[in-house]
Write a protein that binds this ligand. Structure first.
Ligand code: ZN
Length: 284
């Protein structure tokens, strides 16, 4: 045996002896298994089982929803799917702001309201359905029109505002109040066969006023331009989706951009926007 092959022989012998010694060492004793009480009740685990089973969902995400206070501005075409999905998902406290009563022309696109609700305040009609859907959720109806004079008071103490209103004046009032109070905001709008969604973290990402400094001259209301029920449903559902992402932190929302949705071509387009340093709502 040459010197080189002898060294190789001893090295191999030493290594296999070392491996055997390692194998022979007793396993370190495992710490006693900690008994962790579930954070959710059995009823909650059953109710939310289909989202709890999602790979990226967790009890902590569910509790984040349960602990959240959300204000939904508008209980109509966008507000209906938003409030339904948030109540269904287990958002603990949902405030509803709307001054109107249910009219028959609402019913094709506002699935929280039924024909027997005609003449009933929308917030009361909506609250009744949401309490049937999920009695564990606290619903707070506010039958008022949100404007610059009352926006700060309505938004105070909320974790998130979802703007489902139908006018630029209200959207600007909501945006300003959310920027002032530092409350996260999901904006949305739908008219005709299209709409947009925008998520805003005040003073961190572009706000609604950064993206739309002035009301477009050709803007039209749903009463003027018309709207298809499913168009409002798609846009409201996207707002609910963004809200659940924000509240649960399980997936990132779309920030510094708005999403336009064309429901004729079925095109979804993300448009990047940036904070304006001189924005009257969120600028320095
Ligand atoms: Zn801004």
């Amino acid at each position: 045996m040459s010197d080189a092959s002898r060294r190789g022989f001893f090295r191999d012998a030493f290594q296999s002896a070392a491996r055997a010694a390692l194998r022979a060492e007793p396993e370190p004793e495992a710490p006693p298994e900690e008994i962790v009480a579930p954070l959710l009740t059995e009823a909650e685990i059953e109710r939310y089982s289909r989202q709890l089973v999602l790979p990226d969902w967790s009890e902590e995400a569910q509790i984040a929803l349960r602990d959240a206070s959300v204000l939904v501005v508008g209980a109509g075409g966008l507000g209906s799917p938003v409030a339904l999905y948030l109540a269904g998902a287990g958002v603990g406290r949902i405030g509803l702001v709307d001054a109107d009563v249910v009219e028959i022309s609402n019913l094709h696109r506002q699935p929280l309201h039924f024909t027997p609700d005609l003449g009933v305040p929308k917030v009361e009609s909506a609250a009744a359905k949401l309490r049937f859907l999920n009695p564990d959720v606290v619903i707070e109806p506010y039958q008022v029109r949100l404007d610059e004079t009352n926006a700060a008071g309505l938004i105070e103490g909320q974790d998130l505002v979802i703007d489902c209103s139908d006018s630029f004046a209200t959207r600007y009032a909501v945006n300003k109040a959310c920027c002032d109070a530092g409350v996260d905001l999901v904006e949305g709008g739908a008219v005709g066969w299209s709409g947009l969604v925008m998520t805003i973290l005040p003073r961190a990402t572009a706000c609604y006023r950064c993206a739309f400094p002035v009301e477009p001259e050709d803007s039209q209301s749903c009463a003027e331009a018309g709207i298809l029920g499913p168009a409002a449903g798609v846009l409201g559902t996207l707002q609910a989706l963004e809200a659940i992402k924000l509240l649960s932190s399980v997936q990132p929302p779309l920030l510094d951009a708005f999403l336009t949705v064309d429901l004729v071509s079925l095109e979804f387009t993300q448009v990047s926007v940036h904070r304006h340093p001189d924005c009257p709502d969120c600028g320095a």
